[in-house]
Design a binder for this molecule. Structure first.
Ligand code: BTN
Length: 261
């Protein structure tokens, strides 16, 4: 069936100052944009923010090995190459779901919700799915490929082998929706959130590696209470985890620390 190709140039030019989408690789048919993006990252040294978008995926994939189906000329299937580092990579799929939600709200005025962890839904149906694939080398995240599928103008319900409630933006809005506007908005929103994530990740890492407290015997005083032990590490909120002499662990949210010799 003939269709109007995505106007990638329009999207790219409107993203001139955004951190993601400086380069958009537009393809008619691929196995999966995840595969192409991975090859670009591994073999061709793609820069961060490269977007691979395809009209048709012959082997589009979702979470848990499920297939992802999408109509050419109607919906959006794309992957973004990112170099997030460990900290940001753990939060990437959450960040992406918020970016898609914000973009949908911005372009359509509709109010999406999320189904844990990252399905974006409207009117009881799924409009977007998110998949993150990371490559780890020597314990470090080498790259992450963030894949996003959005049902913009076609509801794939009839074509799904595994039944889930799907819908599309146009159906919920009652009007056709510009794929270019949605892609642009997602990349802008994602760029903004990712920038914060990455910046925080660097600061967090620097904080953790600079903590001379860790691995040392400490005495922590808070009010009248005192805890003594080995500073074992910090948890995800930055609280200090202390191993007492009897082997038990205690998490301390505040206190004045005295380092022991
Ligand atoms: C899910 O909900 O299970 C995730 C679906 C992710 C689909 C997108 S479409 C673009 C990218 N290429 C793929 O093969 N999958 C992701």
């Amino acid at each position: 069936m003939p269709y109007t190709p995505l106007d990638v140039e329009r999207v790219r030019s409107s993203l001139a100052t955004a951190p993601l989408g400086h380069r958009i690789l537009y393809l008619r048919e691929v196995t999966s944009t995840m595969d192409v993006a991975r090859q670009e990252a591994l073999l061709r040294g793609a820069e961060e923010g490269l977007v691979v978008v395809a009209e048709e995926q012959t082997a589009g994939r979702g979470r848990f090995g499920r297939a992802w189906v999408s109509a050419p000329g109607e919906n959006l299937s794309f992957s973004v190459v990112l170099f997030p580092g460990h900290w940001a990579s753990a939060r990437l799929s959450i960040a992406a779901s918020v970016a898609v939600m914000r973009a949908v709200r911005r372009v359509t005025g509709l109010e999406p919700s999320l189904k844990w962890p990252n399905d974006v839904r409207l009117g009881g149906g799924k409009v977007s799915g998110i998949l993150v694939e990371t490559a780890v080398l020597d314990g470090q995240v080498r790259h992450a490929i963030l894949g996003i599928g959005i049902n913009v103008n076609a509801d794939p319900s009839g074509r799904l082998s595994e039944g889930y409630d799907a819908t599309c933006l146009a159906k919920e809005l009652g009007l056709p929706v510009s794929r270019e506007a949605v892609l642009q908005a997602v990349l802008e929103e994602l760029g903004a959130i990712y920038h914060e994530l990455k910046g925080w990740g660097d600061a967090w890492q620097e904080w953790g590696t600079s903590l001379e407290t860790l691995g040392r015997g400490v005495r922590v005083q808070f009010g009248d209470q005192v805890e003594e032990g080995m500073a074992q590490g910090v948890d995800g909120d930055g609280n200090l985890v202390l191993r007492r002499a009897d082997g038990s662990l205690v998490t301390l949210t505040a206190g004045e620390v005295t380092l022991q010799a």
